[in-house]
Design a protein. Sequence first.
Length: 354
Amino acid sequence: MTTTNGRVLVVGGHGAVGSAVTAALGRWFPDQVLTAGRSRGVRADVTDSDGFRRALDGLDGIEAVVLCVQPPDAGPARACLERGIHLVDVNAQPGLLADVAGLDGVAAAAGATAVLSVGVAPGLTNLLARRAHDAVGGAERLELTVLLGAGERHGADAVRWTVEALAASPGAARTRRVTLPGHGRRTAHPFPFSDQHTLPRTLGVPEVTTRLCLDSRTATGVLFALRPAARHPGPRRALTAALRRIHLGGDRFAVRADAWRQDRHAGYALTGRAQSRISGLVAAHAARSALEGRLPAGVHHLEQLPPLADLPERLAAEGVTLHALHALHALDGPPGRPGAAARGRRRPRGLGAG
């Protein structure tokens, strides 16, 4: 039954992302939004699954939970879904996302919806990837590029995840030069955003690569020069602390998705400001759609939900701009894998041009 009368619990609702979620939902559902945390608002500790269950059972009328903090396991997600409570999870840790996705049957049986891959990256990157994938008739390869503002103050979970991901091996993926609207050509480094793990399954694309750069070229160079050191516990802790204190750059962000199928190419980009705020707005829109009964039961990543496909357009009022990149036919592939029709031609500018 469609209803907008239920209450929403925003866990971590006073953080960088959670405050944006709380503000947006508060406008749409006045007096129906509760915030939760270990020290402020409703007491709900995601590190204590039994305590989290008790917190849910002690609240009346909760129909949706937005998790803006990263729990250690899927226990809080299970607690919500078993009770028929919709879940929007801002978590970006691939293993945890896979565990929550494994609760699809639990959610479906209880008539609850869980929305994963919510935010800017993952999130808006997933939606752009879906558009590019569809535009070429089913991509054989996807490349996603994320530029984040090094001057923005991110939450503790986001900083910790970034440093842990920095320490991960980039595998066979290479650093690339990428053109991003409003930022010019940037050096983007392989980075294990969760969308490169989920999109092969949700879209059936065999090859997905994600890369990262910062708005400050200097900060980008320093960050990735520290990649070997970040693999050791001591330097990793020091880098995490430094990133929470030092802010070199602005708050602009850009994301780009490129899809290839043989000699066909399609690309889309989004630009905006205040990545944490926009991530919160994406989560708020997902929660609103769940509360209004517009999403199917079960666990779904953002790109699997057609009612949320127009989020880039909806966010235009918040300063987010969608760019449909010029379709490049016979675009060169990665080094050593040129498109057949492109051999012998000058390489076009754009992703893969250098």
